[in-house]
Design a protein around this ligand. Structure first.
Ligand SMILES: [Ca+2]
Ligand SMILES: [Ca+2]
Ligand SMILES: [Ca+2]
Ligand SMILES: [Zn+2]
Length: 296
């Protein structure tokens, strides 16, 4: 099936199957830099999920993020230490996966029956992408540890990208954002206006604004955007929020949705967005095809 037709079908189904989410409709728009984009909103999670992380996130490479106040003055730096031995991690995965199926080198197929589990793609060469985090006033008021918490969320969201696509997200900036808007779309556009232009590959917002009527929202780009790719995630606790962040980063890579009710297990299917951390084969292929949009 051609991707274009597939996406159109997906959107139509999303509309009919998710009538309760007023923001589920696709809004064709132009971002503040003139790129034509569509906006996709993810429903809120049905289950509460874990509020806090049990253990530190896997940080693939040590980074130092610059910290900015809401006037964009640099007020400090925050260091994040590497805590993953890549070799050990891959061995762990190999060990874990080998109990369920076949694993060759760094890619695995734990469903030898031919199912679409997203494990059959060669992750290819390493790509490092940079992330600027902006936390809004409501989020910061709720989380005095917002700098660590949001970085942990991004570092959990990138584990699937690292494992299946060899893409490492590294947090390079943290900013205080004052979110405005009557709904999730407007709040996304507000972040784009306020904080885009740092030169990072991704600009991700974290919000607890009561007007944000989605679990997450992102621009879906048809090609590499001229500025940072933008998304915003609602504070839904540690676990749900990192799932939403992985879903929204995937939209930034141009991915659409899988039809709800199709049984296709993919983080881009609303039925699985908060429970899996992998993509179906078509979406894996699409990420590989668009991998060069971001980073080095
Ligand atoms: Ca990580
Ligand atoms: Ca990372
Ligand atoms: Ca606000
Ligand atoms: Zn979505």
């Amino acid at each position: 099936m051609k991707r274009k037709g597939f996406v159109a079908l997906t959107l139509a189904l999303s509309l009919t199957l998710a009538p309760s989410l007023t923001d589920a409709k696709v809004v064709e728009s132009t971002d503040t830099h003139g790129d034509s984009v569509s906006i996709e909103a993810l429903p809120k999670a049905k289950n509460k999920g874990k509020e806090k992380f049990d253990q530190p996130a896997q940080v693939e490479q040590a980074t130092t993020a610059e910290v900015f106040d809401k006037n964009k003055n640099k007020v400090g730096e925050k260091k994040f230490n590497k805590n993953v031995d890549k070799k050990a991690k891959k061995n762990d995965k190999k060990k874990a996966q080998s109990e369920e199926g076949i694993c060759i080198l760094f890619w695995c197929d734990n469903d030898p029956g031919g199912g679409d589990d997203g494990g059959g793609t060669d992750p290819g060469t390493t790509r490092v992408v940079t992330v600027f985090i902006a936390a809004d006033e409501e989020y910061r008021a709720a989380h005095s540890d917002w700098q660590t918490l949001t970085q942990d969320i991004v570092e959990n969201a990138d584990n699937g990208f690292q494992r299946d696509h060899n893409i490492d997200f590294q947090v390079k900036g943290l900013g205080e954002w004052s979110s405005q808007g009557a709904n999730a779309s407007e709040i996304l556009q507000d972040l784009d206006r306020d904080w885009n232009g740092t030169g990072d590959d991704f600009l991700v917002g974290f919000t607890k604004d009561s007007n944000f009527n989605a679990g997450g929202i992102a621009y879906v780009y048809p090609s590499s955007p001229s500025n940072s790719a933008v998304s915003v995630n609602l504070d839904q606790g540690a676990t749900n929020t990192w799932h939403a962040a992985q879903h929204e980063f995937s939209h930034n890579y141009g991915l659409g949705h899988d039809p709800q009710g199709s049984g296709i297990e993919c983080i881009m299917n609303y039925d699985y967005s908060y429970s899996v951390d992998y993509w179906d084969q078509d979406h894996d292929d699409e990420i590989q095809a668009h991998k060069a949009w971001y980073g080095n």
